[in-house]
Design a protein around this ligand. Structure first.
Ligand SMILES: Nc1ncnc2c1ncn2[C@@H]1O[C@H](COP(=O)(O)OP(=O)(O)OP(=O)(O)O)[C@@H](O)[C@H]1O
Length: 626
């Protein structure tokens, strides 16, 4: 029989599994049972919606069979089964999880991280198995197949006769070692407790023969061993339970059973609505950013059930993009089983549910912000950027909904603050909400442009995310206060006296400024004396809608259309360098050129913009020094 090789990626993952020292090896059972449950979901749905199929509730179950003698653990399901092609693609490649793309080599070698954070589905069985055999037959297919692998050198597939549809996975346990006792996975008690811990809410019965001491029927005093098939899990879906009966651990284990993430959920909501539309829902805010969140691979959506039957694994229409990080399930008795993807989008019930969910998630986040700041900041750290995209997207259609969820770092508080906190603190004479943009808080802290605003005692919000300024431009104002960049050309914060003095100076140095503008040509829109600079010699400001920070972001876009900010070079006439410029203007024209170029390049560097010609700049600097 031909032996096939695993795909390279899968091979690496398998090696990791075989040699795993991960301490929670028991999770392999959760993974296999979840797969079995998914497979039953698929056939259950078909049975309910296909008139040709007979439906019998008792046909859908998972069975666990430990065999002490042969040291095997079998997990059987009556699910949809797999065809030959499905065996190849599903078990021969590390199909969808993509965890490996993300992880770097160092972490790969260790493996702990991957298993812990992502789980690895079917492959995790190789943490405890020397050999795994899968017998399966797919629904509506005559032939069954046997798949087998030791997890090391490929796998085999051969056709078999198999009467029933469904899958049987036989795990040949590894030999016990000094540190590891694999026999525990054959003990009834141990298996029962693992299943209770991880798979209690699986909605199909997980059955196993359990042997117990029971009093004899005719003689209550004497006990005998009785072996009976028992259902080990509770089966009532968690969302149908009363909130009061459930603990945080219950919600956490459901999160893991459903593989919404392999982190702990940061927070959950349990919703039961009985109004225009009836539905129950459990929603989670994950703690960590999924590794592919900002890639095209990420699919948002909630699991959708119609009265307990899974009809869609990821229903995107239930979540707006700005809350795409939310995971969870929705079950509604008002939805038809036969609802198709196309109809779903126009379905009134679905729209109502989605509106309701959006509102609930928003209120939940607001209450976290109010009552558990630390948790909210953790959330914001992971997903705040998505909220800001949300403000910007769709021409600001959702901006009002989202504005109170935003946080920005504050110059005066030295921590994240909300817009309402900022506005509450504003002194009476302050007209605008000020912000400054840059790569990091430290860099912004030292920006020359912030000097005047800080001197006035005004708080500045620091924008370090590319999307920040775009979002804020879309927002335009908060609580009737407009936003203003500290680098904008028209700060207009000076008192009358300073303004008059500036006018006078401008007139006096008109020729010098004109000459400098001519030297720089169309690199800048204007050269002027600065009223905002206190100790720094130069800075760049921007006139008009496009800021320098926005220019940087736009430049990185594929279709940037060369949009540039209207840059203005501002010179501090109270700085010594200005006197040097004035002297040069009178005595040495070449020096004016030299100084102007250097100052302009300095201003570019301060802004984090590339200098046009580094060689020319260093040559100019040497000329000054020599
Ligand atoms: N018992 C089963 N019956 C039918 N198909 C199965 C069964 N077990 C696994 N599969 C198929 O194999 C695929 C791969 O399973 P695996 O556990 O490796 O990953 P997954 O469940 O797709 O992803 P993840 O673990 O990241 O959620 C499943 O998606 C499913 O199509």
């Amino acid at each position: 029989m031909e032996k096939k090789q695993f795909q390279a990626e899968s091979q690496r993952l398998l090696e990791m599994m075989v040699n795993s020292i991960y301490s929670q090896k028991e999770i392999f059972l959760r993974e296999i049972i979840s797969n079995a449950s998914d497979a039953i979901d698929k056939i259950y749905y078909q049975a309910l919606t296909d008139d040709q199929m007979t439906f019998n509730q008792d046909d859908y179950y998972i069975r666990i069979e430990p065999d002490q003698e042969n040291r095997t653990l079998t997990i059987k399901d009556t699910g949809i089964g797999m065809t030959r092609e499905e065996l190849e693609t599903n078990l021969g490649t590390i199909a969808k999880s993509g965890s490996l793309d993300f992880k770097n080599q160092v972490e790969m070698e260790d493996g702990q991280e991957i298993i812990g954070q992502f789980g690895v589905g079917f492959y995790s069985s190789f943490m405890v198995a020397d050999k795994v055999t899968v017998y399966t037959r797919a629904l509506h297919h005559e032939e069954g197949y046997k798949w087998e692998s030791n997890g090391q050198d490929g796998y085999t597939i051969e056709p078999i006769d198999r009467e029933e549809v469904g899958t049987e996975i036989i795990i040949q346990l590894k030999e016990n070692t000094e540190d590891e006792n694999y026999d525990e996975f054959l003990e009834e008690q141990r298996l029962t407790s693992i299943i209770k811990k991880y798979s209690d809410f699986i909605r199909y019965p997980i059955k196993m023969d359990v042997t117990e001491q029971k009093p004899k029927e005719d003689d209550e005093e004497t006990f005998e061993e009785v072996t009976e098939e028992q259902t080990l899990n509770n089966m009532v879906p968690i969302w149908r339970k009363n909130k009061q009966e459930l603990t945080d651990e219950d919600y956490e284990s459901f999160y893991q059973e459903k593989r919404f993430g392999f982190d702990q959920p940061l927070s959950h909501l349990h919703i039961s609505v009985d109004g225009m539309v009836r539905f129950q829902s459990i929603l989670y805010i994950p703690e960590q950013l999924p590794f592919n969140y900002y890639s095209q691979d990420f699919e948002k959506g909630l699991e959708l059930y119609s009265n307990g039957v899974l009809i869609m694994e990821k229903c995107a229409d239930l979540l707006p993009d700005h809350f795409s990080f939310v995971k969870g399930i929705v079950d509604s008795e008002d939805l038809s089983l036969n609802i198709s993807r196309e109809i779903l989008q126009q379905d009134k019930q679905v729209r109502l549910i989605s509106k309701n969910i959006e509102k609930k998630v928003k209120n939940h986040l607001l209450s976290l912000l109010k009552n558990d700041r630390e948790k909210y900041e953790k959330f914001f750290d992971a997903f705040g950027r998505q909220l800001k995209y949300g403000v910007y997207a769709e021409f600001g259609a959702n901006k009002e909904k989202l504005q109170d969820l935003l946080l920005f770092y504050s110059s005066s508080e030295k921590k994240l603050v909300s817009l309402s906190e900022y506005v509450e603190r504003m002194p009476e004479d302050q007209e605008y909400i000020y912000y400054a943009t840059g790569e990091s808080h430290d860099r912004i802290e030292n920006l020359p442009q912030t000097e005047l605003v800080k001197d006035k005692g005004y708080e500045i919000l620091y924008f370090t995310d590319e999307v920040d300024e775009f979002a804020i431009k879309m927002l335009m104002q908060y609580d009737d206060k407009e936003f203003k960049s500290v680098a904008s050309g028209d700060l207009d914060l000076e008192d009358e006296e300073t303004k008059q003095e500036a006018e006078k100076q401008k007139e006096e140095h008109k020729d010098l400024l004109t000459e400098m503008k001519e030297i720089l040509g169309n690199k800048v829109k204007d050269v002027k004396l600065s009223t905002r600079l206190k100790s720094h010699p130069v800075c760049l400001s921007a006139e008009g809608e496009v800021s320098i920070e926005m220019e940087k972001v736009l430049k990185q876009m594929p279709d940037n259309q060369n949009i540039e900010a209207n840059k203005v070079l501002e010179i501090n006439n109270k700085h010594d360098i200005f006197q040097a410029l004035v002297d040069a203007h009178e005595n040495d024209k070449e020096k004016v050129q030299l100084y102007t170029n250097i100052l302009y390049n300095q201003a570019l560097l301060i802004e984090g913009l590339p200098v046009d010609d580094p060689v020319a700049l260093t040559n100019d600097m040497c000329k000054v020094m020599a």
